[in-house]
Design a protein. Structure first.
Length: 332
């Protein structure tokens, strides 16, 4: 029997609520699959390991950010900026250098060309440090937490280069970042401290009451928590109001259930073990369940006025960042 700490048992238990496997199925030692990779049991050790990888993640994030084009966020009102906003009649005492003479020559009055105001906005970063993020299904794959941090730091580097204000949010509020040569390194150190103080039972989603009004929240999580938690969090953020950009990070094994034979699933957040015979017989129905939940996530985030981007750890981060950047660049 294969024993591992893989697909958090939330979806499996939901599936089995409607499709109970046959009890007492025979166990054949010859059919036993190869044991997959186990997650790190000790969260303190995992945090220490993560800290050693953060310099590489920071360098990779900075490199990715240089490949993305960026623009400032418009304010939809007249002010300092580069984007044309409107023409308006010149007022008495208007400085001559503000008059658009070409437009004025077409009418009987002098006109001023106004540009659209541009201003920095506050973006909060939230990273899910719960136990289910401390897993990967193979040695060649990055962990979900590693990929979530890489994506967050890449977007932070891009936002900082364009004059945005980027802060880090924790379950206790906005984090006071440690000193460092630049803002991106301070964010990296702040994430490292949060990882060092995390536990498997940490909340996957932020408390909406801690998010400032009209702020934007970039949230990275595997979303393997009860659907009611996701629904309530997104609705409360929308009522706050705040705009959330949800980054759903998953491992490929969580979508495909690529295991065979009798397998014992051990949860990473103190869930009781779950032993299943003939796991491969559940694969088709399990995939349908995962697809249905993905559709529910899309509908829920859209209904609340937020956006959702999916990322699987066996894929390149660049397409996800391009899609996320396009979402965050839209006028709101």
């Amino acid at each position: 029997m294969s024993r591992f700490r893989p697909i958090p048992t939330t979806l499996l238990r939901r599936f089995l609520g409607r499709n109970q496997p046959v009890a007492g199925a025979p166990f054949s030692p010859t059919a036993m699959p190869s044991p997959p990779v186990s997650a790190t049991a000790d969260m303190a050790c995992a945090a220490q390991t993560l800290a050693t990888r953060l310099p590489d993640l920071l360098l990779h994030a900075s490199h990715i950010a240089t490949t993305l084009a960026a623009g400032r966020h418009p304010q939809r009102r007249a002010g300092w900026g580069d984007t044309f906003w409107q023409y308006r009649p010149a007022q008495p005492g208007e400085p001559v250098n503000r008059i658009d003479w070409r437009q004025s020559a077409r009418t009987a009055r002098a006109h001023v060309r106004e540009t659209e105001a541009e201003a920095a906005q506050t973006v909060l970063l939230w990273c899910d440090f719960s136990g289910s993020m401390q897993w990967r299904s193979g040695h060649a794959l990055p962990g979900k937490l590693d990929r979530a941090i890489l994506l967050l730091l890449s977007m932070a580097a891009l936002l900082l280069r364009n004059g945005e204000r980027v802060l880090l949010l924790s379950p206790s509020g906005i984090v006071s970042l440690p000193p460092a040569p630049n803002a991106l390194e301070r964010l990296t150190l702040g994430l490292c401290e949060l990882a060092a103080n995390s536990s498997p039972m940490d909340a996957a989603l932020p408390p909406p009451a801690l998010v400032p009004r009209r702020a934007r929240l970039l949230l990275a999580s595997d979303l393997l928590c009860p659907d009611t938690h996701i629904h309530d969090c997104l609705h409360q953020l929308a009522a706050h109001p705040a705009r959330a950009y949800v980054l759903h990070v998953s491992d490929p094994a969580e979508s495909t259930l690529p295991y065979t034979g009798r397998t014992e699933f051990c949860g990473l957040e103190h869930e009781p073990p779950l032993e299943l015979p003939h796991v491969q017989s559940l694969r088709t129905d399990y995939a349908a369940l995962v697809a249905a939940r993905s559709q529910w996530l899309e509908q829920t985030t859209s209904h609340c006025g937020h956006t959702l981007a999916h990322h699987q750890t066996d894929q390149s981060p660049l397409p996800t960042l391009l899609a996320l950047h396009a979402q965050m660049s839209q006028r709101v």
